[in-house]
Design a protein around this ligand. Structure first.
Ligand code: HEC
Ligand code: HEC
Ligand code: HEC
Ligand code: HEC
Ligand code: HEC
Ligand code: HEC
Ligand code: HEC
Ligand code: HEC
Ligand code: HEC
Length: 288
């Protein structure tokens, strides 16, 4: 009987303890996990309990019921403790998704505070050297003959110059076209002849670029259709003799007028009776 009483008391006491523990967990002024500096795969990220618990008022269970163990540096033992997982909504990414908290593909330096080299690279300073951690291997953009190999090594710029306002930090996500590049998007944000070499210099990025196989057809009211043959023209001219100064690298319709051609624009830049047959030779281009 006495034993039982003691047991009941013990249970009661431990329940009390649990309860008080629980309420202590929710209270503001209790101890938490403090500052945690991750060391793998990079020594640079600091997680602050103070910020999350005291300043932002997040309860312990928001993180300690499945997301993180209450043991420092446990997560970094997992091989998938990296940015890709964060972007998929794991670990810090469960909240740092642009809704609950700032997204993991923005404001890199707010989380990566620890490493000098990282901070330097954020400022776009050149001295990234060995501390740069852009992928070493080439990243292939696109498929087939026009595919381009992108080297992080040729771009010793701050990560935030490209990530993530120009490119996501994941390969195979961007659908790049030359038209977009010439409009200042993707590589064209810099390869415009000002910040870096211009995008006319095809072979600096492409090992080869075959022209479209099929002729481009323009249907014109009142006169016969026009077929423009890349096959014919590229036998004599290089891509950059026409792209992008004379023509967009995207088929348009209605943009090239005969008036403009008569003024030496578009086809008229060659079909002027000098370099090639004149624009007045309607039948050369308009087939009936
Ligand atoms: C926003 C998320 C978050 C919240 C909220 C949070 N923690 Fe943590 N806690 C972590 C992370 C992340 C770790 C480290 C886990 C790891 O590295 O694997 C951690 C680790 C700990 C550790 C281990 C510290 C050490 O040095 O080993 C304790 C203890 C802890 N937390 C207690 C608490 C308590 C108590 C609360 C509530 C008052 C709380 N945590 C709220 C994210 C959180
Ligand atoms: C349960 C949700 C949650 C998780 C998980 C979480 N955070 Fe946060 N974090 C927040 C919220 C909410 C804020 C404040 C809102 C904001 O700044 O966008 C914040 C703010 C921050 C800040 C800004 C601190 C400041 O001084 O302004 C940093 C840095 C940060 N978190 C890092 C991390 C890291 C690193 C992890 C993972 C180890 C993590 N967080 C996990 C919710 C979370
Ligand atoms: C919400 C916090 C947070 C933000 C924002 C964040 N990171 Fe991270 N990052 C982490 C954590 C946590 C790890 C894993 C621990 C470590 O390596 O220190 C990590 C690891 C990395 C790694 C090594 C692992 C990997 O994925 O290759 C790189 C590189 C990296 N971050 C780059 C960046 C860049 C660039 C940005 C901005 C576009 C960024 N991070 C933004 C938290 C963050
Ligand atoms: C000049 C632009 C540029 C800069 C600067 C840059 N990157 Fe990238 N990064 C890219 C491009 C382009 C991709 C591929 C995107 C795609 O395929 O959609 C990429 C992809 C990545 C990937 C994903 C690789 C994979 O296998 O999925 C990581 C990680 C990465 N970058 C990290 C970094 C880090 C860290 C820095 C700073 C040291 C950095 N990048 C600086 C352009 C850049
Ligand atoms: C944030 C600006 C920026 C973006 C975006 C950018 N580059 Fe660059 N790139 C540079 C700078 C700066 C240089 C070095 C100066 C130069 O060669 O004109 C460079 C150099 C290069 C080089 C020459 C490397 C060498 O060793 O000679 C190639 C090739 C290249 N970039 C390809 C690309 C491709 C492909 C993309 C898009 C996937 C791209 N760049 C996006 C800024 C950028
Ligand atoms: C700064 C680097 C860069 C330069 C310079 C460059 N390109 Fe590209 N180009 C790319 C990238 C990146 C892609 C996307 C890869 C893919 O989708 O195949 C691309 C795609 C293409 C494509 C297929 C998509 C489309 O828009 O039709 C063609 C064709 C092409 N380039 C031709 C050229 C020609 C011709 C030149 C020179 C007048 C040139 N490129 C100069 C980077 C470059
Ligand atoms: C003699 C001039 C000329 C040369 C040389 C030339 N192109 Fe074009 N290209 C054109 C014209 C014209 C268009 C259509 C423009 C329009 O409709 O506004 C075009 C459009 C394109 C398109 C878009 C096709 C579509 O269906 O949207 C691609 C891709 C292209 N050219 C690639 C190349 C490549 C690669 C080379 C070099 C191997 C090259 N061009 C050389 C004149 C030329
Ligand atoms: C860079 C100079 C150049 C530009 C720009 C150019 N051509 Fe030509 N083109 C030539 C030359 C040179 C010939 C061969 C001489 C001739 O037949 O006049 C030719 C021949 C032709 C022919 C006859 C060969 C064939 O393919 O049947 C047609 C049709 C033609 N061009 C259409 C066009 C059209 C349409 C445009 C504009 C969309 C255009 N060209 C733009 C240089 C050019
Ligand atoms: C060098 C090739 C070429 C020659 C020569 C040429 N055209 Fe055209 N023409 C075109 C092309 C290409 C278009 C359609 C462009 C588009 O739709 O974007 C066009 C469009 C037109 C149009 C509709 C646009 C406008 O400007 O009103 C008319 C009408 C026309 N041509 C009449 C003629 C007549 C008449 C002649 C002879 C005096 C002639 N063209 C000679 C290539 C040529």
């Amino acid at each position: 009987m006495k034993k039982l009483l003691i047991a009941v008391c013990l249970i009661f006491a431990s329940t009390l303890l649990l309860c008080s523990n629980k309420s202590a967990f929710a209270a503001e002024d209790v101890s938490h996990g403090g500052e945690i500096i991750y060391t793998k795969p990079l020594k640079s990220v600091i997680f602050s309990h103070k910020v999350h618990v005291e300043d932002k008022g997040l309860g312990c269970d928001r993180c300690h019921s499945g997301l993180f163990e209450a043991e420092a540096l446990k997560a970094q033992e997992n091989p998938d403790f990296n940015m890709e997982s964060l972007y998929k909504g794991k670990y810090c990414g469960a909240c740092h998704d642009g809704k609950t908290a700032f997204a993991s593909n923005t404001q890199c330096a707010r989380c990566h505070t620890g490493v000098k080299g990282y901070v330097a690279s954020q400022k776009g300073e050149k001295a990234v050297g060995k501390t740069s951690f852009g992928p070493k291997e080439a990243i292939t953009l696109g498929q087939g003959a026009s595919a381009v190999k992108f080297m992080h090594e040729s771009h010793k710029l701050g990560c935030s110059e490209c990530h993530s306002k120009i490119f996501p930090m994941k390969k195979g996500e961007s659908t790049v076209t030359m038209d977009a590049i010439y409009k200042g998007k993707y590589c064209g944000a810099c390869h415009n002849g000002k910040k870096a070499f211009a995008s006319e210099q095809c072979i600096k990025c492409h090992s080869k670029v075959p022209p479209p196989e099929k002729s481009l057809t323009y249907k014109v009211k009142g006169v016969g259709p026009v077929n423009f043959s890349h096959k014919f023209h590229t036998a004599a001219f290089k891509c950059d003799q026409c792209h992008p100064k004379v023509f967009a690298m995207k088929k348009t319709q209605g943009k090239m007028t005969m008036d403009a051609m008569n003024n030496g624009k578009f086809c008229g830049s060659c079909h002027n009776g000098n370099m090639a047959s004149a624009v007045s030779d309607c039948g050369k281009c308009h087939k009936s």
